[in-house]
Design a protein around this ligand. Sequence first.
Ligand code: C2E
Ligand code: CA
Ligand code: CA
Ligand code: CA
Length: 279
Amino acid sequence: AKSGGRDHARMFTPQMQEQQLQQLHLESDLRHAAERQELVLYYQPRIDARSGCLNGVESLIRWQHPQHGLIAPDSFIPAAEESGLIVSIGAWVIREACRQQVAWREAGMGDIAVSINLSAIQLKSGGLAATLREVLREFAVTPGQVEFELTESILMDNVDDTIATLHAIKALGFALSIDDFGTGYSSLNYLCRFPLDKLKIDMSFVQDIHGSPQNLAVTKTIVGLGHTLGLSVTAEGVESAADADVLRHAGCDELQGYYFARPMPQAQFIVWLAQSAAP
Ligand code: C2E
Ligand code: CA
Ligand code: CA
Ligand code: CA
């Protein structure tokens, strides 16, 4: 949408025009996606490494587009961020995840912890704490069972403001984790200034860990660092029993990945949960 002439060489190829045109349509469609109820949250189980029981779920957004079918977040979150739509979409995600948590409890499934991905734009928009206070008034959620995931780059940009915002979120009782840990550039002396509860090791270190001494070394280092700072440590992108085993032995507290379960619509998650709880 915004060509801005920054890439003259590629700007006039028919392919690029096609892409930009699609992007333009995508953005204007996205504007109406929420009100047309085309956005859905999928839920991926997070598993306690020791007990093998469900710890909670991560909410992951999808766009059920009337023409293009199910669109993955990587294909529209960047456009949502560029256009600022991420602020309202992100607020919808928070409300929907909290509404769902209450619905599960009312259905007799108990308190299922839900984690929610936050975008940098959302954090900087200034309205986040107000949105959260509103959500707490509207839904009987247990804030300690709602966790926000932020990436390292979000944290390291404008550190003092970020710390203040994170303290406001913590003061409301919510939990905080760093997502994709190890790929950014967290400075260790900042790391302990953030009021965090959890580190999520980036998938690139986790995948095929049983065959990679380097990845294992990095993972063990992150686990040690996390535990030293009093944080719980999650490994995501766990795709095999062998990897799960190695990660458990490396001291990870929580595991998440296709080996356990894929992200699912909530109806499918209920079935999965009933089956996994069955003797
Ligand atoms: P993420 O937060 O790092 O989420 C993990 C991604 O890895 C998800 O992709 C998930 O489906 C995928 N995944 C889970 N287990 C495995 C595995 O074992 N192997 C592999 N190869 N992949 C696995 P997804 O759902 O496509 O989401 C992509 C990214 O989009 C997320 O990365 C997150 O950064 C962003 N995103 C998703 N939902 C939201 C949202 O509600 N708000 C914002 N701001 N961003 C979101
Ligand atoms: Ca995440
Ligand atoms: Ca991640
Ligand atoms: Ca990611």
